[in-house]
Design a protein around this ligand. Structure first.
Ligand SMILES: Cc1cc2nc3c(=O)[nH]c(=O)nc-3n(C[C@H](O)[C@H](O)[C@H](O)COP(=O)(O)OP(=O)(O)OC[C@H]3O[C@@H](n4cnc5c(N)ncnc54)[C@H](O)[C@@H]3O)c2cc1C
Length: 374
């Protein structure tokens, strides 16, 4: 009876894959307490606030049964009153959380900064040099409560008119997924192109001053990370290839319920080229036993031997700094970096597809399932 009065009930049933209830016989509809017996607590939990109103008279009636005529009524009838009270309370509690989670989702949607349909303008808050060719650019979101609104790991497109041509490039924010008010990016600038094709986005972004705006659109999902999907994650990054790794790293480490351990091997030309080193070192200190970073540089001074690796990423380095293949554990190795490094470490991607596994990861004995190429 109550189910028929509830506006939310068909949706809730659909959500929970419950079959439609048979219509109750008319004779029973007048028997309020019988109705409560027939609707068990679980079903009652799915009722809307209307149910509270529906249940109220029965709750009162139940109280009367206890106080005045309990002796004359059967135990079953008294039990039905109790069921009503418990069920209505449980229903209210459940629906409260259901309604609030819907409201929360609406609010999140409203406070999402990006759109997949149109480019939106984002003002630069600060633009700092990280290395000779790489900057840390912080953008302001529409309000202090706004987030970029992406899932890990995702990127977005930035667009600008450069030398009369429209240029659009993908970039990966390094700020946390739920960071409010601002979004941070590590952006590398390259020497000008010689083929006359549109380009120069990195240089354009590097030249921006606080208050200048950049058009952004997205987000574009690259890899869908789920907590505890893997026991151990290995990461091999080169240069700005650190950006998707840092997204996943923060997602793992700042989730108290995620037990995944992460080992990162980060390759750069020189010590001065290592990007966001302080942040990586801080995470290693904050999460001992869960996160370990090793840096490798092409050329290093003598004292570097104590601190990290030297030279290109090799099979031996992967075994030392990340892990060796082990068919038993749930593991993944993420790889992201410049094309020559990708070729040498994991083999090329085939367009947007993963392509065959190659490079030193194949030599080490890893399989295609073990590796994800960004
Ligand atoms: C998913 C994804 C995420 C990314 N995230 C980031 C990020 O977070 N940070 C970041 O810095 N980058 C990121 N990138 C790379 C970024 O999108 C741009 O590719 C990069 O910034 C270069 O763009 P540009 O316009 O500055 O360079 P361009 O002007 O296009 O040129 C770049 C360089 O390409 C070379 N080049 C290529 N073709 C030719 C040719 N035919 N002739 C001459 N030279 C050529 C030149 O060396 C030139 O200097 C990401 C890329 C992808 C795919």
């Amino acid at each position: 009876m109550i189910l028929l009065r509830c506006n939310h009930e068909p949706i809730l049933r659909q959500k929970l894959c419950l079959a439609d209830p048979p219509p109750p016989p008319a004779a029973q509809l007048s028997q309020a307490q019988d109705c409560f017996i027939k609707n068990n607590i679980l079903t009652t939990m799915f009722l809307s606030r209307h149910i509270a109103r529906c249940a109220a008279p029965h709750v009162v009636r139940s109280r009367q049964l206890f106080s005045t005529s309990a002796g004359r009524k059967s135990t079953a009838t008294v039990a039905s009153g109790l069921t009503a009270i418990l069920g209505a309370a449980a229903g209210l509690s459940y629906l409260g959380s259901e309604e609030s989670s819907v409201a929360l989702a609406d609010e999140e949607q409203r406070l999402t900064s990006l759109s997949k349909k149109e480019f939106k303008d984002f003002p630069v808050l600060s633009n700092k040099m990280l290395s000779k060719d790489t900057n840390l650019i912080t953008f302001k979101l529409p309000s202090e409560d706004h987030t970029l609104g992406l899932t890990v790991a995702s990127c977005l497109s930035m667009s600008a008119e450069i030398d009369g041509q429209n240029v659009s490039r993908p970039y990966t924010p390094i700020s946390r997924r739920n960071q409010k008010g601002v979004a941070e990016f590590v952006i590398k600038s390259y020497p000008p192109r010689t083929d006359g094709k549109p380009g120069g986005m990195g240089n354009h972004l590097r030249s921006l001053k606080p208050g200048d705006t950049v058009k952004m659109k997205g987000p574009w999902k690259k890899f869908s990370y789920t907590a505890n999907e893997f026991e151990e994650v290995g990461m091999i990054a080169g240069g700005t290839g650190i950006t998707p790794m840092f997204q996943i790293l923060q997602e793992i480490l700042y989730n108290e319920d995620d037990n995944t351990r992460v080992k990162l091997l980060y390759a750069n030309k020189s010590i001065d080229d290592i990007l966001i080193k302080e942040r990586l070192d801080q995470l290693e200190m904050d999460f001992p036993g869960r996160f370990k970073v090793t840096y490798t540089v092409d050329k290093a001074p003598w004292w570097w031997q104590m601190k990290g690796e030297t030279g290109f990423v090799t099979k031996g380095m992967v075994g030392r700094c990340i892990f060796k293949p082990d068919g038993k554990k749930k593991r993944k190795i993420f790889v992201c970096g410049p094309q020559p490094m990708m070729n040498a470490v994991s083999g090329k991607k085939a367009g947007r597809k993963q392509g065959k596994l190659g490079g030193c990861l194949k030599q080490a004995g890893f399989t295609e399932d073990d590796v994800y190429k960004f």
